[in-house]
Design a protein around this ligand. Structure first.
Ligand code: PRP
Ligand code: MG
Length: 212
């Protein structure tokens, strides 16, 4: 029997809520704790647990048919991939931040400055649209530490509660984009699997409505 393959974040902020929405759709997944692949018992679905940043490429290649991931990851690495549904959880924003003590006037203040980020394409596009050129330092995590250790003048990262910025004496100065978890679809999905996706989407819509 044909199954649809979904990528879900392996660990991190989206993992639990992604599995919850599938559960609320009435789908039971047998989860061997350390298994990276699981199968649903009562729906033609296979779940692959993957690293966030790898998911756009898997969608592009058609290795997975659909995925639950942060819209911010798609903006950064998968702006060619379409969104079937916004899922109304894991809301955050991608922001530029600077040390609290700095006087900040406008985005032009970043001209010629060093910005540490895990979202280089997002920052570049934004700065370009504002006519600003900065020097990007790409790091994969703990970005907020960069200004305190003299590695950068500012940062661009996701902000949710704001507590990481606060703890590192930084202040949010520009919001580049607002993001939430989305259901994304591979451009290579087959017609047969598209039909399964429609069934899943029907359930997701009902769950989202019931949650309102
Ligand atoms: C994420 C993100 C921010 C923080 C935002 O980091 O990179 O640092 O969460 O959340 P907050 O506004 O609620 O504090 P994460 O903790 O996932 O670690 P990482 O950056 O090392 O991957
Ligand atoms: Mg972080």
């Amino acid at each position: 029997m044909t199954k649809i393959r979904i990528a879900v974040q392996k660990s991190g902020r989206l993992n639990q809520d992604s599995l919850s929405i599938l559960k609320d759709c009435g789908i039971s997944i047998d989860n061997g704790k350390d298994q990276l692949k699981a199968t649903a018992r009562n729906f033609p679905l296979e779940v692959l647990y993957l690293r966030n940043g790898d998911i756009p490429q898997y969608l592009r290649d058609g290795v997975v048919d659909i995925a639950i991931l942060g819209e911010n990851v798609l903006v950064e690495k998968g702006d060619d991939i379409s969104i079937a549904e916004k899922l109304n959880f894991s809301k955050c924003r991608v922001c530029l931040a600077v040390p609290k003590g700095i006087t900040y006037n406008s985005v032009k203040d970043f001209e010629g400055k060093r910005i540490a980020t895990s979202y280089p394409n997002t920052v570049n596009d934004y700065l370009k649209s504002k006519g600003v050129t900065a020097d990007l330092h790409i790091i994969n995590g703990s970005v907020e530490i960069a200004p305190n250790i003299g590695l950068a003048d500012g940062i661009c990262d996701i902000v949710s509660s704001g507590s990481t910025l606060f703890k590192n004496n930084l202040k949010e100065v520009e919001v580049i984009l607002e993001s939430e978890a989305v259901l994304a679809v591979s451009p290579k999905i087959s017609q047969e699997r598209k039909e399964i996706l429609e069934k899943l989407q029907f359930r997701i819509k009902s769950v989202l409505q019931a949650r309102q």
